[in-house]
Structures are given as C-alpha cells and as structure tokens.
Ligand binder design. Structure first.
Ligand code: ASN
Ligand code: ZN
Length: 322
C-alpha cells in the first residue's frame, strides 16, 4: 500500500509536469519558430498487428484512454528534450512523425522500437503495470530510433549494451528535464512505477547502483554489474545487452553527479555529442565510446574543465580507462 501511494504521487508529479510543459510565460516573438512533434498514437486493440487504429493525432484532445494519453504526453516530453536542448527535430533530425501503439498483445510485459515505431504493452497487471506509465521508458524506446539514425550501434555484445545504456541515459534525461531535477535530485531509476506493489522491485534498473533495482522471489535479483570486472559473458539477450548496460549507465551517473546541476546541460550534452559523432562506429565498444566522450567533453567545455575531468574519472571508476 505504501508503494502504491508512492507510485501514485510519482505519477501525479509527472502528469502535472506535462501540463506545465505546454504553458509558456508569454507569446513567443513571431520570428521564433517553436518546432513541434507530429505524434500519432494508435491502439493495437490487444493484437500484434501494427500500428493498429489511430486514436490520437497531433493536436487532438485527450482520448480518456490513459495509456494512449500517456504515450502522447511522454512522446511530447521526449520530443521537447531532443528539440529544445539538443536542437534535434525528432528521431531523424528532420521531423519524422512519432508513431506509437498502445495495448499491444495481451498482458504484454514489454515495450520496444521496431525500426519504424514505438510499441507498448499493458503489462500483466500482477507483476507489471502498463509500459506507458514511466516517461523514461518512452524516452528509452524513442532513443533506439535516434541511435538507428546516427551510429547504428549493433544490438549485440558491448555495442549492444552501449546502445541500451544510451537509451537509459536519454530516458533518464527526459524525466529529469520534465521534472526540472538536478543530477543530485534525480532518482536515477529506469522504469520506476513499472512494477506493481506485489513484487519487491523499485524499477527495472538503477543507474546509480546497478544490481540493486530489485530482489524478489519471483523476479530474482537485479543482475546488472556496476564495474567492468563483473562484466557478464552470456549468449542470452543478444550477449547481455540489458545486463552490461549497467556499466556505462553508472559512468554517466558518476559524471553527471560529479559535475552537478541539470544533467541534460552537462554530461547529457557530452553524451549527445558522442551519439552524433561521425567517428562512433556501429561496432564501438565501451572504451571507444569512453574515449570519444572524454574528447567531446574537452571540446565542448574546455580541456581540464570540471566536465572534462569528471567524464574521464567516471569511466575510470567503472573500469573503462580511456
Ligand atoms: N524493452 C526492450 C528494449 O527496448 C525491448 C526488447 O528487449 N526488445 O530494449
Ligand atoms: Zn532498449
């Protein structure tokens, strides 16, 4: 019951923040073009055929279907981070419509990017809630599309775990930007609110302390490593892409909290520069990304700046030595 209350409070905070994001303090001068997303939310009506029936196009009023309206609002919040902070107009940088489908399948316990659109399950209701409940999950899935349009990091082994980590990073930044939280204030959890109160789970993953998000008889224990020495060699899950992402996730958390302030302005900018860096190859490993990120920190914030030092130190702490 206590956890349900906590989740309710968190959801209310997110809803209020979304309402606030649409409100500006006055009319923008006419020469300021505030680009806007082109969202199209569909209802898969518990089937697996996509995209399903269009239920809310850009500019249309709320549907009353909480999953469809969350998808609409949180795709909007994700668009705002990429556009307002990084000056990127949607997934492809050229205004690509944001297509999302809710009510995918039956009791479906996942969300994904299928190469063209985002898809959200309802969860089984026992262990997991609907996947639109967490704004960072929506930011995560959209970021898979961004990566596909940039380096195209392959979804296998270290580049795959890097791909997963970058999605967690920008998912976390969407949430922090929406809630106006500094790095110190953020919870650094991925998918808080996703688990029901029936399981002992705070979230899917913890970026601050990988391996501590859940410990439950049904779910088992969060398997994420926090350091390179505990890197998990496995053939499951494309070589552990959702497990080893803990290592670069923690590097980002360490850099952002060492620098302090809004992470999207500091470590987030360095990570975004690196995501878009033409030198980042599709088979990049942790070390390759780390080296480019340190270089980009120096380029953007100055050699020996706080940011430059923090990024290098963060990678060192997780056992990746650029
Ligand atoms: N939620 C997962 C992801 O975005 C979906 C998957 O593993 N296919 O990585
Ligand atoms: Zn993912």
């Amino acid at each position: 019951a206590a956890q349900t209350l906590m989740i309710d409070r968190q959801q209310r905070g997110l809803r209020e923040a979304v309402a606030g994001q649409g409100v500006s303090s006055g009319p923008a001068p006419s020469y300021v073009r505030r680009a806007s997303p082109a969202r199209a939310i569909h209802d898969a009506e518990h089937t697996m055929s996509l995209p399903g029936r269009l239920v809310r196009a850009e500019g249309q009023a709320a549907t009353g279907d909480i999953a469809a309206d969350e998808a609409y609002d949180y795709l909007g919040a994700t668009y705002r981070l990429y556009h307002d902070i990084y000056e990127r107009d949607s997934i492809d940088g050229a205004g690509l419509p944001l297509t999302g489908s809710v009510h995918y399948g039956n009791d479906y316990d996942n969300a994904f990017w299928n190469g063209r659109q985002m898809v959200f399950g309802d969860g089984d209701g026992e262990v997991m809630n609907r996947f639109t409940i967490a704004v960072d999950i929506i930011g995560h899935e959209l970021t898979h599309g961004v990566i596909d349009h940039e380096s195209g990091l392959v979804y296998q082994g270290q580049p795959g775990a890097l791909n997963e980590s970058i999605c967690d990073v920008f998912g976390a930044l969407v949430k922090q930007h929406l809630l106006k939280q500094t790095a110190q204030q953020a919870d650094w959890l991925v998918g808080a609110g996703l688990f029901t109160g029936k399981v002992k789970a705070r979230a899917l993953r913890s970026m601050a302390e990988p391996g501590t998000a859940y410990d439950d008889p049904v779910l088992g224990k969060d398997p994420q490593p926090a350091h390179m020495k505990d890197f998990v060699a496995t053939r499951q899950d494309n070589g552990g892409v959702h497990i080893n992402s803990g290592i670069p996730n923690r590097a980002f958390h360490l850099a952002a909290t060492a620098i302090q302030g809004p992470a999207w302005e500091t470590a987030g900018r360095v990570w975004y520069d690196t995501v878009c860096d033409r030198r980042l190859r599709q088979d990049a490993d942790f070390l390759a990304f780390a080296q480019l990120s340190v270089e980009n920190a120096a380029r953007r914030f100055g050699a020996d700046s706080a940011a430059h030092k923090a990024v290098g130190a963060a990678w060192n702490t997780v056992g990746v030595t650029p």
